[in-house]
Design a protein around this ligand. Structure first.
Ligand code: HEC
Ligand code: HEC
Ligand code: HEC
Ligand code: HEC
Ligand code: HEC
Ligand code: HEC
Ligand code: HEC
Ligand code: HEC
Length: 386
C-alpha cells in the first residue's frame, strides 16, 4: 500500500490524469447502462406479451397515446428528480431478483394486482396540470436532473402541455372531447385518477364503463347535475362535429343528418341508450335508409378516415423527432412548433369525436386535409432552419 502511495506522489500528474480518466470512463459506462436499462426494449425482456393486460405492458404502451407522444416507462414508473430516478432503478434491481426467485404464477399474480399507488395522482398531475407541476418542482428534494435521462425531469408547465397540445385538466373543462370538470369532481367526491383512468396505457376500460360510472350519479335527478338525456352537455366534441364547427380556417359544414334542416338529433341514431347500449353501429344506417348500399357508405367513410389518421399519426412521431433534433441544435423552431401545434390540435378534434368521420364526413375530410398541409409545412419550415 505504501509503495502505491509513494508511486502516486512521485507521478502526481500522471496519477491525476489516470484518476480523472477512470472517473469519466466509468461514469460514462454507468450512464450508458442506466440509459439502456430504462428503455422499453429492456423492459420487454421480462414483460414480453402482445395485446393488453399483465405481461403485455410494453406492447400496450407502444399502441397507447402516451407511447405515441414519447412518454416512456420511467416517466410514469419513477418519480420526478434524481432521487426519484435512483429509487426507480433500485426497484428495477428488485424486479431482476424477483424474476429469478418467484414462479411464473406468482409474477402473474403481482402484475394482475398492481399497487393502488403504483403511479399516484400527484405524479399524473405533474404533467397534466400547471399547479401540480409547480408544487412538485418546488417540493422535490435533490436536483431535478444531472444529465438528461428521460422526458419527465424536463417537464415544465405550461410549456410542455402546450407543445403536446393537451389541456390543464384542473383548469379547463373540455378534456378529451368531453365536458368534464376534473377539479369539481375530484375535490367534491375525493376521487383519484385511477377511479376513472384505470388501465390508462396498459388495459383501457371501455368507454361504456366510463359513461356508466358518470351515470351512477347523473341518472337520478337532483343537484342540478346534467342527466343522461342531456347528451349535448357532456359530449362537446360530438356536438361540434355534428354541427361542423370549431376548427379555425375550415368552412363550417353542418352534418347532413343533424340539426333542424334534417330534423334529427343524437337519439335518432343512438336509439339503444335507454337499454344501456350507447354506441350505434353500421346497422344503424339501414334503420332509416332502406338501401343496403348505405352500409358501404359507412365503411367507406370510416375506412378512409382511419387510414388517413393512422398515416398522420406516424408523420407526427417523425416531426416531433425532427423538432427535438432542431431544438437541441439550437435552431429557431418557434414557427415550426406553432404550425405543428395547430396540426395536432385539429387532428385531436377528429380523434375526440371518435367516429372516424361518420358524424360528419365532409367536415372530417376537410380537417384532415388541413392537418396534412400543416404537417408538410412544418417539415418545410424545419428544412429551412438547418
Ligand atoms: C429481469 C426481468 C425484468 C425486467 C428487465 C423488468 N421487469 Fe418489471 N417486473 C419483473 C417481475 C418479476 C415483476 C413482478 C415482481 C415485482 O414486483 O418485482 C415485475 C413487476 C413490475 C412492475 C409492478 C410492480 C408492482 O409493485 O406492482 C412494474 C411497474 C414494472 N415491473 C416495470 C418495469 C419497467 C418500467 C421495466 C423496464 C425499465 C421493467 N419492469 C423491467 C421483471 C422484470
Ligand atoms: C411525462 C408526462 C406525463 C405523465 C407523467 C402522464 N401523462 Fe398522461 N399524457 C401525457 C401526454 C403528452 C399526453 C398526450 C398524448 C397525445 O398526444 O394524445 C397524455 C395523454 C393522456 C390522456 C388522454 C389520452 C388517453 O390515453 O386516454 C389521459 C387520459 C392521460 N394522459 C392520463 C394520465 C394519467 C392518469 C397519468 C398518471 C397515471 C398520466 N396521464 C401521466 C403526458 C403525461
Ligand atoms: C370521475 C372520473 C374522472 C376522474 C376521477 C379523473 N378523470 Fe380524467 N377524464 C375523465 C373523462 C370523462 C375524460 C374525458 C375522456 C374522453 O372524452 O375521452 C377525462 C380526460 C382526461 C385527460 C385527457 C385530456 C385531453 O384533452 O387530452 C387527461 C389528461 C386526464 N383526464 C387526466 C386525469 C388525471 C391526471 C386525473 C387524476 C388527477 C384524472 N384525469 C381524474 C374522467 C375522470
Ligand atoms: C402514462 C403513465 C404510464 C406509462 C408511460 C407506463 N405505465 Fe405502466 N402503469 C401505469 C399505471 C397507472 C399502472 C397501474 C395500473 C393501471 O392503472 O393500469 C401501470 C402498471 C404497470 C405494471 C403493473 C402490471 C399491470 O399490467 O398493471 C407494469 C409491469 C407496467 N406498468 C410496466 C410498464 C412498462 C414496461 C412501461 C413502458 C413500456 C410502462 N409501464 C409505461 C402508468 C404508465
Ligand atoms: C359521485 C357522483 C358523480 C359522478 C361519479 C360524476 N358526477 Fe358529474 N356531477 C355530480 C354532481 C353532484 C354535480 C353537480 C355539482 C354542482 O353543480 O355543484 C355534477 C356536475 C357535472 C356537470 C355539470 C357541471 C359543469 O361542469 O358544467 C357535468 C358536465 C358533469 N358533472 C359531468 C360528469 C361526467 C362526464 C362524469 C363521468 C366521467 C361525472 N360527471 C361523474 C356528481 C357526479
Ligand atoms: C354526464 C355526462 C354524459 C351524458 C349526459 C351522456 N354521456 Fe355518453 N359518455 C360520457 C362519457 C364520459 C363517456 C366516455 C367517453 C370517453 O371515454 O371517451 C361516454 C361515452 C359514450 C359513448 C361511447 C360508448 C362506447 O363504448 O363506445 C356513446 C355512444 C355515448 N356516450 C352516447 C351518449 C348519448 C347518445 C347520450 C345522450 C342520450 C349520452 N352519451 C349522454 C358522458 C356522458
Ligand atoms: C346519423 C346518425 C348519428 C347521429 C345523428 C349521431 N350519432 Fe353518434 N354515432 C353514430 C354512429 C354510427 C357511431 C359509431 C361510429 C363507429 O363505430 O365508428 C356513433 C358514435 C358516437 C359516440 C362514440 C364516440 C367514441 O369516442 O367512440 C358518441 C359519444 C356519440 N356518437 C355521441 C353523439 C352525440 C352526442 C350526438 C348528437 C350531438 C350524436 N352522436 C349524433 C351515429 C350518429
Ligand atoms: C334516423 C334516420 C337516419 C339514420 C339512422 C341515418 N340517416 Fe342518413 N339521412 C337521413 C336523413 C333524414 C337524411 C337527409 C335526407 C336528405 O336531405 O335528402 C340523410 C342523408 C344521408 C346521406 C346524403 C343523402 C343521400 O341519401 O345519399 C347519406 C350519404 C347518408 N344519409 C348516409 C347515412 C349513413 C352512412 C348512416 C349510418 C351512419 C345514416 N345515413 C344513418 C336519415 C338517417
Amino acid at each position: 500500500m505504501k509503495n502505491i502511495f509513494d508511486w502516486c506522489k512521485r507521478h502526481i500528474v500522471l496519477f491525476t490524469i489516470l484518476a480523472v480518466g477512470f472517473v469519466v470512463v466509468f461514469g460514462f459506462i454507468n450512464i450508458q447502462v442506466l440509459h439502456m436499462t430504462s428503455e422499453p426494449e429492456f423492459c420487454h425482456l421480462c414483460h414480453p406479451a402482445q395485446g393488453f393486460g399483465p405481461l403485455a405492458e410494453v406492447d400496450s404502451w407502444e399502441h397507447s397515446a402516451h407511447g405515441e407522444a414519447g412518454v416512456s416507462c420511467l416517466d410514469c414508473h419513477g418519480r420526478p428528480g434524481v432521487i426519484g430516478y435512483a429509487k426507480a432503478k433500485l426497484g428495477g434491481l428488485r424486479d431482476l431478483y424477483m424474476q429469478f426467485t418467484i414462479s411464473k404464477e406468482e409474477k402473474l399474480e403481482i402484475l394482475s394486482n398492481p399497487d393502488e399507488n403504483l403511479v399516484p395522482s400527484w405524479h399524473c398531475l405533474f404533467c397534466h396540470s400547471d399547479e401540480g407541476n409547480k408544487t412538485v418542482r418546488e417540493t422535490t428534494t435533490g436536483p431535478m436532473k444531472v444529465v438528461s435521462m428521460r422526458m419527465l425531469d424536463d417537464v415544465v408547465n405550461p410549456g410542455f402541455r402546450l407543445r403536446k397540445g393537451v389541456p390543464d385538466i384542473m383548469e379547463e373543462t373540455l378534456v378529451g372531447g368531453t365536458h368534464f370538470d376534473h377539479t369539481l369532481h375530484i375535490e367534491e367526491f375525493d376521487l383519484s385518477c385511477r377511479d376513472c383512468h384505470f388501465g390508462v396505457v396498459h388495459n383501457p376500460a371501455t368507454k361504456t364503463d366510463r359513461m356508466n360510472f358518470c351515470l351512477t350519479c347523473h341518472a337520478d335527478a337532483g343537484d342540478g347535475a346534467p342527466q343522461m338525456a342531456d347528451c349535448t352537455v357532456c359530449h362537446e366534441a360530438q356536438v361540434a362535429m355534428n354541427e361542423g364547427q370549431g376548427v379555425e380556417g375550415i368552412e363550417p359544414t353542418m352534418s347532413l343528418m343533424y340539426g333542424e334542416a334534417a330534423d334529427m338529433t343524437c337519439t335518432d341514431c343512438h336509439t339503444g341508450v335507454t337499454k344501456g347500449v350507447f354506441r350505434s353501429s353500421v346497422s344503424t344506417c339501414t334503420d332509416c335508409h332502406e338501401d343496403l348500399e348505405y352500409k358501404n357508405v359507412f365503411e367507406e367513410w370510416a375506412g378512409e378516415t382511419k387510414a388517413k389518421v393512422a398515416k398522420l399519426r406516424e408523420v407526427r412521431v417523425e416531426i416531433e423527432e425532427a423538432l427535438k433534433d432542431a431544438d437541441s441544435a439550437q435552431r429557431n423552431t418557434a414557427q415550426a412548433w406553432s404550425t405543428y401545434q395547430r396540426g395536432i390540435k385539429n387532428l385531436r378534434f377528429v380523434d375526440h369525436d371518435g367516429t372516424n368521420g361518420v358524424h360528419n364526413n365532409e367536415y372530417t375530410v376537410a380537417i384532415l386535409e388541413s392537418v396534412e398541409a400543416d404537417f408538410e409545412a412544418t417539415l418545410e419550415l424545419l428544412d429551412n432552419v438547418w
